[in-house]
Design a protein around this ligand. Sequence first.
Ligand SMILES: [Zn+2]
Length: 300
Amino acid sequence: MDQVSWLKRRKRGIKDSKKREMPDGLWRKCEGCGEIVYHKELERNLWTCNKCGYHFRLQANQYRDILVDPGSFVELLSGIESTDPLEFVDSKKYSDRLTAAKKKTGHNSAVLTGSGRLGGHLAMLALLDFGFLGGSMGSVMGEKIARLTRMAIEERVPLITLSSTGGARMQEGILSLMQMAKTSAMLARLHDEGLLHVAIQAHPTTGGVTASFASLGDVIIAEPGALIGFAGPRVIQQTIREDLPEGFQRSEFLMEHGMIDIVVHRKELKDVVVKVLDFFTNDGPDRAEDTLGQARKQGL
Ligand SMILES: [Zn+2]
C-alpha cells in the first residue's frame, strides 16, 4: 500500500489496529523523509532509507552482524552487571530500570563486548546499545571497555568501538563520570603500545562518551547525519547567546571542521573499517592468527 492510500484510510477513520496496519511489521515510516519503506527493503539496505539516506538506529547485535565476519564473534565480559550503589530513585527505581533494560535487550549492560574478525583481521569490539538506558556509560560500560582494551593490548590486536549514546549514566553519579578517565587512561596505553583504535560514531553520540573514548580513535568514522557533541545545541545556544550554524553537531559539519575523519554510509561501513585495518596493521588474516598464537605462547 502506498503512503497516499494509507493516509486516506486514516482520514476515513478506519480504526485499524497498529498490528493490522503493519502485519508482521511489513513496513515502517522513515523518520527522515516520512516515506513508507518496506521492512524487507530496509533490512536489505542495512536499515537505511534508500530515498533520503536516513539511518535508522540499530541495536548492538545488528552492528555486530554488519561488521563481523559470519560466525567469528565471541562475546567476552558478558558476566559484568550493574549494581545500584547510590540506591538511586527518580520517577522509577534505578534497579527497576536496569531489570527492564536487561529484559528488553537480552543483554546485561549497554555495551556488547567481544572479539571477532573483520575481513580476516582479528579485533576487539565494543558495541554500544542505545536501547539499553540510552546507551549510557555507567561503571559496567567503563569497566568492560577498559578490560577489553587491556585484552587488545595483551593480544596485540586493534580495538573497534561503536558509540550510540546519551552520555554518562546519571543514576550512578560520580562513579559514572569516573569512567571517562578510566577508559581514556587505558586507551592511552593502547596508543603507547602502537595499537589501533577505530572509533565509529552513530546517531547520537553525546555527553561523557563523546568526551572520552568515542573521540579518542586513531581513525574516527561517523554515520551520516549523526548528532555528535558534548552538550546539546540548546544548551550551547543559551550559553553563548548566538545562533548556531546550520548542521551544527552533525557528522558532515564535524568532518568539515576536522573532528571526524570520514562520514561513511552504513552499507560501506564494514568495507571502510576493513580498509583501515588493512592499511594500519600488518597482520593479514594469517598473521593475525600467528600474532595471537605467539601472544598465547608467551603467556600473555
Ligand atoms: Zn527516508
